[in-house]
Design a protein around this ligand. Sequence first.
Ligand code: GLV
Ligand code: MN
Ligand code: MN
Length: 403
Amino acid sequence: MAQAGAFQQLWSAIADIGRDTATGGYRRFAWTEPDLRMREWFTGECAARALDLIEDRMGNQWAWWGDPDTAASGGIVTGSHLDSVPDGGAFDGPLGVVSALAAIDQLRADGFQPRRPIGVVNFVDEEGARFGVSCIGSRVITGALNPDRARAMRDADGVTMAEAIRRAGRQPDHLGADPETLGRIGVFVELHIEQGRGLIDLGRAVAVGNRLWAHGRWRIEIPGEANHAGTTRLSDRRDAMIGCARAVLVTRAAAEAHGSLATVGKISIQPGGVNAVARSATAWLDARADGEQALRATVAQIEDEVASSGAVVTEESRTPQTAFDDALVTRLASLLDGAPVMSTGAGHDAGILSNAGARAAMIFVRNPTGVSHSPAEWAEPEDCLAGVAALTTVLADLSGSEP
Ligand code: GLV
Ligand code: MN
Ligand code: MN
């Protein structure tokens, strides 16, 4: 099993980066200073291990042990992301990257010589917290997201992604599909904190992920008419806030009706004055379901019901139901002592790669709180080490022989 001290050392080096002292949550948004510090940390850890670092056309960082360009069927890649949602937990993303580095350390300490190169990736902007679309790094390099659209996306301050990338000292003109990078991936196994309560009752520290639910994000724009809060008769009002409240409630009802999950986690009200009736409201819908049909039905019901407020619904991103590579899932479960196999409603770069044709699967590490996208997200130190041990076993197996 990996050294507890070595894991802890990697973990504590990033513990304070981008952490909000009031909430204890992380705010590591793509291309902001905390994200750049995380990238810098990653660069340093890769250099310390003599891994060759390659930044692709979107700025994802790939560190290689061995030369992926001389491997006929590509390398064995692991890793995850280092950005966060607003007030995110410590584990969502970083656990996969830290575990990857720790697994490499363990393989080397064991004297293991990989027959296929091993890569560790840090995907940029997985959460989409800054520009609104998730998994930007993997979507752009796989061609799932048009680079012109990506460059033009704006953050809450109106800064375009192109400008954010430029300010980070990079060249936004380079964004685009990157078949050369994708060609280096033979297999991708992403280790991730579990984001629900699946493992709590199973008495197991790790599971294998086999499927990601269909999911997407939609923007609901609700019109209204600005007016005085103290003088406008209720009967004369066109209050966008009422339509917004209705949108939140119909979202919940639609999820209940179709056995899906649907959330409004972000709204923007204009002009946003305490003493003014709202002129307009925007609500962002996140909807997910285990199956395309349930997702479609959920969103259709919401669209129908918000139409009565004159609202317009626009799709911002959508990721189809994703089944990971069957043979790979079976192999991982058997390597990991019959680990449970489970699906998730969370989205991951592993899903985007899989939809682009890569052989991919995931490893989940037990989360005793069952909470994620919150500072309450947690994994016990011994479970983190069990995750590293699992990843070490998997990397050794996949890189030691042709799967
Ligand atoms: C990413 O964590 C997502 O599922 O939104
Ligand atoms: Mn997340
Ligand atoms: Mn994640």
